[in-house]
Design a protein around this ligand. Structure first.
Ligand code: ADP
Ligand code: MG
Length: 357
């Protein structure tokens, strides 16, 4: 999707991805098949590009530095180094006065046991590196599960968080150019099922006061990291309070609705930011929602009935071209635009139920 936006603007695109059948293969002009820790390949990529960006966190920072010897890499390795490790990320947020929930960083089963006792109640233990879509996490109800959680996660360090009574989840996308120009999107409201994003709507139908607060915090996070490119900040809302959950330095699932609802999609905005072009308007032209399509939808007796979803005015289908549906794997999403955020959510959910018609 990022490559398609870049090509629409007249750029040529190369991708580095270890999977020969990666989703980008149809929209880029060259695909370097190399692992995310292959410094020589990263340097080759840098030498053949005017600017390099990333859309996954699990890249070795040494690769960003290798590419960076030949071309600007945005966002750079300093920001990725902090973000790709939950322990460093949480500590960074806390140190910069960004509000986070109670947490501990632990490096052994014993430390985990103490942390669970101290925090008390239900906790989330999250591997510091490599987790996504709720993977690399273990939910505990008592400190007695320390050994079990530690051996299940197989991580050298973990972040332990108290389970919070969340009223809602929001995210805010910020784009920042190397010039320092910065723009903040309206918040998106996100609904997770089993720790995976199920649907998201833009703009979030929330009190203006809460929207202003999260946009302010998002801007502060982007400035603290001097991010070049995109930064998406996930938030928890508890009563009138908001806490930062986590950061992502790239296009984000919760802003896929910007493709149909915003004056500038997150993908075009990313291109503008990394190429140091003027940033585009973040105005919402029409409220829009998305519903994720997981691999499970392909594993039933018959394939998803996309025609039944497409019959609904305002509904679109977005498939990523991934080969091999697996349970829980994000294969694409549906989008719907409507007069209000609530109607957009209802419409996209109706469209999703039609897939199994
Ligand atoms: P991931 O990188 O997998 O998105 P997150 O830390 O964002 O990891 O966790 C995924 C989801 O799990 C969150 O969006 C939220 O719904 C739930 N979750 C995570 N941490 C907590 C917490 N401390 N309290 C309550 N719910 C949580
Ligand atoms: Mg998350």
């Amino acid at each position: 999707m990022l490559a398609m936006a870049a090509r629409e603007m007249g750029y040529h695109v190369r991708a580095l991805d270890p999977d020969p059948r990666c989703a980008a293969r149809f929209s880029v002009e060259e695909h370097l098949v190399a692992s995310f820790d292959d410094e020589a390949a990263a340097e080759r990529l840098g030498r053949s590009c005017d600017v390099v960006t990333l859309e996954i966190e699990k890249i070795a920072t040494s690769c960003l530095d290798a590419a960076g010897r030949a071309a600007p890499v945005r966002p750079g390795s300093a920001a990725l180094e902090i973000i790709q490790n939950r322990a460093r990320q949480k500590t960074f947020l806390d140190a910069h006065g960004l509000p986070v929930g109670p947490f501990r960083v632990v490096r052994s089963a014993e430390q985990l046991g103490f942390a669970l006792l101290e925090l008390g109640g239900v906790c989330f233990v999250k591997a510091a590196a490599g987790g996504y879509d709720g993977r690399g996490q273990f939910e505990t109800t008592s400190a007695e599960q320390a050994a079990e959680a530690w051996s299940a996660l197989k991580a050298s360090s973990c972040v332990v968080e108290k389970a919070l009574a969340i009223d809602a989840e929001l995210s805010v996308l910020v784009a920042r150019a190397p010039s320092g120009a910065l723009i903040v999107y309206p918040p998106a409201l996100n609904h997770h099922v089993d720790r995976v994003l199920a649907w998201s709507v833009l703009p979030a139908p929330i009190e203006p006061r809460v929207a202003e607060r999260v946009r302010e915090l998002a801007r502060a996070a982007a400035e603290a990291l001097s991010i070049e490119g995109l930064l998406c900040i996930e938030f928890f809302v508890l009563g009138g309070d908001v806490l930062v959950n986590e950061l992502a330095p790239r296009p984000h699932n919760s802003y896929h609705a910007s493709v149909v609802g915003s004056a500038t999609s997150q993908f075009e905005q990313c291109v503008r930011a990394i190429c140091d072009l003027p940033l585009g308007s973040v105005d919402t032209l029409r409220p829009a929602a998305i519903a994720n399509l997981l691999g499970d939808a392909w594993l039933g007796a018959s394939p998803p009935s996309f025609d039944a979803a497409l019959e609904l005015p305002g509904v679109r289908v977005h498939l990523y071209g991934k080969t091999g549906a697996r349970p829980g794997r994000k294969m694409g999403h549906l989008s719907a635009s409507a007069a209000t955020a609530e109607e957009a959510v209802a419409l996209v959910q109706l469209a999703k139920t039609r897939l199994t018609r």
